[in-house]
Design a protein around this ligand. Structure first.
Ligand SMILES: [Zn+2]
Length: 257
């Protein structure tokens, strides 16, 4: 029997907040990285799994282990993410909702979103590379550290693309619509499930053209850009989540496996 071999995208050097695609040439039972074990999807003679490297992942060396008929271990290097910072001076009322009806709504929506992330389609739907959802410029990159009134509070969980109101937003790859509705923070939002644990979302839309459970093909129109939810102006916030871990969606445009 041939020994199982491992192919990786982007390679053995990764960063916090990026994806790692693992393809094993052979039938793998389990793949483990940074304390998370996944059961890969087996197609023919290869096994595929997609990991999100958490933004908080420690910098240094770590082992990827693959349980195949032979045990394969690959040494990976997590190098620091080159993320910039932006300082925001905000009015406390804008970021801290206080009305009871708003707080109840936010809690309900967060529950529905966590439920969505925990029940994922395992079968890969997409063909790489992904397309850009709109042809535009990035106005705020994934991972930008956000300092509110001087202290680090969070980081940007998606990638913002310039989009005047009414710009067509396209599915960057085939997927199934898991949620398509108005949410408190992200406004009109569409969640697409691409399989292998990958979900992408499109926020602040002025119009949604798809419905839950619809399977959309690569390039299909999801709706129009806008400024719904908590935003100061129209743009597209594009986000990618792998098994609940937020990663840079731009990695999908470069993915070759
Ligand atoms: Zn954003």
């Amino acid at each position: 029997m041939q020994p199982c071999e491992v192919e990786l995208f982007p390679g053995t050097t990764i960063q916090p907040g990026t994806l790692l695609y693992v393809r094993v040439h052979g039938k793998a039972e389990k793949i483990t990285l940074l304390g998370h074990t996944l059961t890969p999807q087996i197609t023919g003679a290869s096994s595929d799994a997609l990991f999100g490297v958490p933004y908080e992942a420690p910098v240094g060396q770590t082992l990827l282990s693959v349980a195949c008929h032979n045990e394969v271990k690959v040494l990976l290097t997590v190098e620091p993410g080159l993320y910039t910072s932006e300082v925001l001076h905000v009015d406390g009322r804008r970021v801290h909702p206080q009305k009871k009806e708003d707080l109840d709504r936010i809690r309900q929506e967060q529950k529905a979103i966590s439920a969505l992330y925990s029940h994922i389609d395992t079968e890969r739907q997409f063909q790489s590379p992904f397309l850009w959802p709109i042809a535009s410029l990035i106005t705020s990159s994934f991972g930008t550290k956000r300092l509110y009134n001087g202290s680090l509070r969070n980081y940007h969980t998606g990638c913002d693309l310039r989009a005047p109101e009414g710009t067509s937003i396209h599915a960057p790859a085939k997927g199934r619509v898991r949620m398509a509705q108005n949410l408190f923070f992200t406004g009109n939002t569409v969640f697409l499930d691409h399989g292998l644990g990958l979900i992408t979302l499109y926020a602040h839309m002025s119009r949604i053209d798809v419905r839950v459970d619809q399977v959309v093909e690569k390039g299909a129109q999801l709706g129009l850009s806008g400024k719904t939810g908590r935003v100061s102006g129209p743009h597209l916030h594009w986000q990618a989540v792998i098994h609940g871990v937020k990663v840079n969606p731009v990695d999908l445009v470069r993915l070759t496996l």
